[in-house]
Design a protein around this ligand. Structure first.
Ligand SMILES: *Cc1c(COP(=O)(O)O)cnc(C)c1O
Length: 807
């Protein structure tokens, strides 16, 4: 939008007066935040309304991204940026004596997600709007986002994240768009006189779903899409009030209903088998589909064209009930026959698989499912019955195959199977992951439906992760290669020609140093640890999970500590190892690793013999805003998951885009990062996919052999249990047991040697400043393909069949 500084100042002063009866001179930062937020919302609203009517007028195909998580982070800076008024606002505010970044820091993160999956949904929202794709989000308005993490005496403590305590300036409650969602009761098919069957559902509990809409502002392109998050409420009481209405029961019912959207489940890699979780899934899916179908009808379109005008994307299996729910709406409410409803449903829906880890694969006990969603269960049963017929024909009576692929089997409803059968597209999130799906995990499904399988490598929005997070690098890019990369991130390639340019190298290094200084100040403030901005910042930030192997990193640091103790003059470049990670509250082992990292940090940081060669920092409460501070200050990006376990990873892309060197296993999108940046510009170590799979097949991995034959491993592991590190008598023993007695499920010991060598290589490269800076520039300039702008374009043309406009 076009806005002068004077106009902005006028608007700001007026808005402040209106909201708080207050002059700007005497206002608090808190007031300034809400003033700016509400002002921005006004600026956005015109474009929002225009986009909606433009979509209506031209009948553009709409994408609805269904996701149980949207990890948005803060929106103020990103809305200012995308409106194209951040510089104007910044300067105008400065003239009034206000620092924009101070205001931005007031905003609470919208933490409605656990990690990568939720953040992907948020990046896609930004990229769809910025690419002019008519793309909307559909999810849950959790009252409490992902827990706030405190570290107390080295242990993780979880506190509720009450992000809605103050106003959420970005949302708009749309009471008139509320719909009703039904749970429980009895459902059956009633024979009619004409011989057909009519679905009956009685005795249900009804929940009111009220939408809260948030604008998704495209980057300087007049597009404003919508993220619709649903809130569960008690429907207004209708009909006669019964004499025996019991107030306690009314309250109980209210609490039960409101609990549906109360809290986000804090686990990102384990299937949550509780009924409340299935309630959440059906709740937002049913509400979303009802409102989509309603809009379709209001626009005057016949049901038979739904899939021509609507694409519904299922982000992992959590929204899988969208398939039977759309069938229910089309048949029970719109009167379509099964075959036509099925055709529309399959062609409307597409599905992304995010994991191959069996503990994360969602399956629901039939009894639980049937009890909560009786009508939906009948439909799933019929989908399964018909699917089994297809399987019988295909596999010529091979009953094992039928049972193996069926949707309902062994007393469970298998959500991934429902998704593969009920959609027209199944995609993995990185090449390796998709290959593993096709050749291993979903091999039989691939044989059945080869045309459904495709790859869409994840991406990240370069606006948040480069333009907002790293303004100094952004300016350097603008100065050297112009600003076309902002709209067209693949133009970052143009930066490659400066890789040997001494002055540009110096600027890249200086930018990194400034970012490191800022992070060092933050670390001093939060952890009271002094770190040297001239040391190597080696960073491992992501959810805490055994497969992500934060333990391998910590064991390597412990190894270096031993080396120093053994040889007081041990020669190494000073290193600052930075960790940040939340563990699922019920994931005991992950929490033990957090304690271990913190205990080791205490020990190493305070041992005078280390003489500043190692500093170790665990920053609490990892989330989007913290990631934005850490990543631009990073030099080594630790992406060390057990090969085959990380479907894609996305922080690997954020680090690369900010010039960090990736230290990685050949897992997930690390493979594509290697492909893009080339072998000399990344440090790869560890097992190959084949080695991992061979161990699985042969079962002959013996972790104890590594303990017995490698004295470095023995020394490190023994020091977990011999009292050398204070405060980990329980944790040290448990970690030792998992690595030796339980045979090291994630091959930490197998990769230990290779990981040590990789660190030596990193040091050698770092010593040569020319080489390191050149590598850094190669990484930045090769990162454009990992912009989610590129990814959503591939979804749009390859899966959703939507047009891009206003690009
Ligand atoms: C990008 C991101 C993730 C995903 O990190 P991975 O290393 O890919 O697992 C998780 N949490 C936050 C806050 C992120 O920004």
């Amino acid at each position: 939008m076009i806005l002068t500084k004077d106009q902005f100042k006028k608007d700001f002063v007026k808005k402040m007066m209106k909201l708080y009866a207050q002059d700007v001179e005497n206002s608090t930062t808190h007031m300034q935040y809400f003033t700016l937020g509400y002002l921005l919302k006004e600026y956005i609203s015109e474009g929002w309304a225009k986009t909606t009517s433009r979509y209506k007028k031209y009948g553009e195909k709409q994408v609805y991204y269904f996701s149980i998580e949207f990890l948005l982070g803060r929106l103020l800076a990103s809305n200012l940026l995308n409106l194209g008024i951040r510089e104007t606002a910044k300067e105008a505010l400065a003239e009034m004596g206000i620092r924009l970044t101070d205001i931005e820091d007031v905003e609470v993160d919208a933490g409605l997600g656990n990690g990568g999956l939720g953040r992907l949904a948020a990046c896609f929202m930004d990229s769809m709007a910025s690419s002019g794709i008519p793309g909307n989000g559909n999810g849950i308005r959790y009252k409490y986002g992902l827990f706030q993490q405190k570290i107390v005496d080295g242990y993780q403590v979880e506190l509720p994240e009450n992000w809605l305590r103050d106003d959420n300036v970005w949302e708009v409650r749309k009471s008139d768009k509320a719909v009703r969602v039904r749970f429980y009761g009895d459902a059956w098919m009633k024979p009619l006189e004409n011989g057909s069957l009519a679905p009956i559902h009685t005795g249900y509990q009804e929940v009111l779903a009220v939408p809260y809409d948030t604008a998704l502002v495209g980057y300087e392109n007049k597009t404003v899409n919508t993220l619709r998050l649903w809130n569960a409420e008690v429907p207004p009481y209708e009909g006669e009030i019964q004499e025996d209405l019991n107030f306690n029961n009314v309250l109980k019912n209210k609490r039960e209903i409101e609990s549906i959207t109360e809290v986000l489940y804090p686990d990102d890699s384990n299937h949550e088998g509780r009924v409340l979780r299935l309630k959440q899934e059906y709740f937002f899916v049913s509400a979303g589909l009802q409102s989509i179908v309603q809009q379709h009808k209001e626009a005057g379109h016949p049901m038979s064209t739904l899939h021509d005008l609507v694409a519904v994307h299922i982000n992992d299996t959590h929204p899988a009930v969208a398939i039977p729910e759309l069938m229910r709406i089309l048949m029970d409410e719109e009167g379509l026959e099964w075959d036509e409803a099925w055709h529309i449903t399959q062609n409307t829906m597409s599905y992304t698989n995010h994991t191959i880890m069996s503990e994360a694969l969602e399956k629901w006990p039939v009894e639980l499912f049937k009890d909560l969603l009786p009508r939906i269960y009948l439909i799933v049963e019929e989908i399964d019955r018909r699917f089994r017929q297809i399987l019988v024909n295909k596999f010529q009576g091979n009953g094992d195959m039928v049972e193996k692929l069926a949707i309902i089997s062994g007393g469970y409803v298998r959500m991934a199977h429902l998704c593969i059968h009920g959609t027209h597209s199944v995609n993995g999130v990185a090449k390796l992951h998709t290959e593993i799906l096709k050749t291993q995990e979903l091999r039989d499904f691939y044989m059945l439906y080869p045309y459904k399988f495709n790859n869409k490598t994840n991406g990240i929005t370069h606006r948040r992760w480069l333009m907002l997070a790293n303004p100094e690098l952004t300016s350097l890019l603008d100065e050297t290669i112009g600003d076309s990369w902002r709209r067209n991130p693949q133009d970052l390639k143009l930066f490659k020609k400066y890789k040997r340019d001494a002055e540009v190298q110096r600027r890249v290094e200086e930018t990194k140093l400034h970012n490191k200084e800022r992070l060092a100040a933050y670390i001093k403030e939060k952890n009271n640890i002094i770190v040297d901005p001239n040391s190597i910042f080696d960073v491992h930030v992501k959810r805490l999970h055994a497969y992500k192997r934060q333990l391998l990193n910590a064991l390597h640091i412990l190894h270096q500590y031993h080396e120093i103790l053994e040889n007081p003059n041990f020669d190494m470049l000073p290193k600052t190892y930075i960790f940040a990670a939340k563990a699922a509250p019920g994931y005991y082992y992950a929490k033990e690793i957090i304690k271990f990292i913190n205990a080791l940090a205490d020990q190493v940081n305070n041992d005078p013999r280390v003489k500043g060669r190692i500093k170790m920092v665990f920053l609490e409460n990892y989330g989007v805003s913290l990631a934005e501070k850490i990543i631009p200050a990073s030099e080594v990006s630790e992406q060390i998951s057990t090969t085959t376990k990380e479907a894609s990873g996305t922080s690997n892309m954020k680090f690369m885009m900010n010039g960090a060197i990736t230290l990685a296993t050949l897992d997930g999108a690390n493979v594509e990062i290697l492909e893009e940046v080339g072998n000399p510009n990344i440090v790869i170590f560890g097992m190959t996919e084949k080695e991992v799979l061979d161990y699985y097949r042969s079962g002959n991995y013996v972790s104890r052999d590594f303990y017995n034959t490698d004295p470095r491993i023995k020394r490190v592991l023994d020091s977990l249990t011999n009292g050398m590190i204070k405060g980990i008598s329980v944790e040290g023993r448990d970690i030792f047991k998992s690595l030796i007695d339980y045979n090291d499920e994630f091959f930490v010991l197998k990769d230990f040697d290779s990981y040590l060598n990789a660190h030596v290589k990193i040091e050698d490269l770092y010593k040569d400043r020319f080489t390191w800076n050149k590598m850094s520039i190669e990484n930045i300039s090769s990162s454009g393909v990992f912009s989610s702008d590129v990814t959503v374009m591939q979804y749009a043309s390859g899966i959703w069949d939507t047009r891009m406009i206003e690009r």
